[in-house]
Design a protein around this ligand. Structure first.
Ligand code: HEC
Length: 125
């Protein structure tokens, strides 16, 4: 009886320790957590426009238009959504110029957000 009690107690301790460790691991390494990319409620104003502004407008802003491409402004963006070059370029797909030119490729999370937003019909929200 005493042995059984020890086993039960040990199991409880082991279980609580392991779940505790798991929690801490997720907090320490959020990039490795499957849930770290929040793809809910993606909007043009909150997610897409700021991304393009920080990485693309320096070359594709209004009045700059390198490569004859202007991405600033919702209306201007439409052509590059329609021909697939917005996604093709940030995803570094074959047949498109990899973007941002000379810069760091967008994170998988940000590329996923753009793809989801486009798949949802690229709403101006
Ligand atoms: C340093 C300047 C620069 C930056 C920053 C930049 N681009 Fe470009 N982009 C260019 C140039 C120049 C071209 C013309 C094609 C080429 O030279 O590769 C181009 C072409 C494009 C094209 C047409 C490509 C094709 O294959 O049809 C798209 C779409 C595009 N850029 C999107 C973006 C996006 C999205 C970003 C931000 C993530 C971005 N660019 C950042 C310079 C830039």
């Amino acid at each position: 009886m005493k042995n059984l009690f020890s086993i039960v107690l040990l199991s409880i301790v082991a279980f609580s320790l392991s779940s505790c460790y798991y929690d801490i691991e997720e907090e320490l390494y959020p990039a490795y957590s499957a849930n770290s990319c929040d793809t809910s409620n993606i909007t043009y104003a909150k997610d897409i426009q700021p991304m393009l502004q920080s990485a693309c407008y320096s070359c594709h802003g209004t009045g700059i238009g390198l490569g004859n491409v202007t991405l600033e402004g919702f209306a201007n963006l439409q052509a590059y959504i329609a021909d697939g070059s917005l996604i093709g370029s940030v995803d570094h797909d074959a047949g498109f110029s990899p973007m941002p030119k000379g810069g760091t490729k967008f994170s998988d999370c940000n590329i996923t957000k753009i793809k989801i937003w486009v798949r949802e019909g690229a709403p101006n929200n």
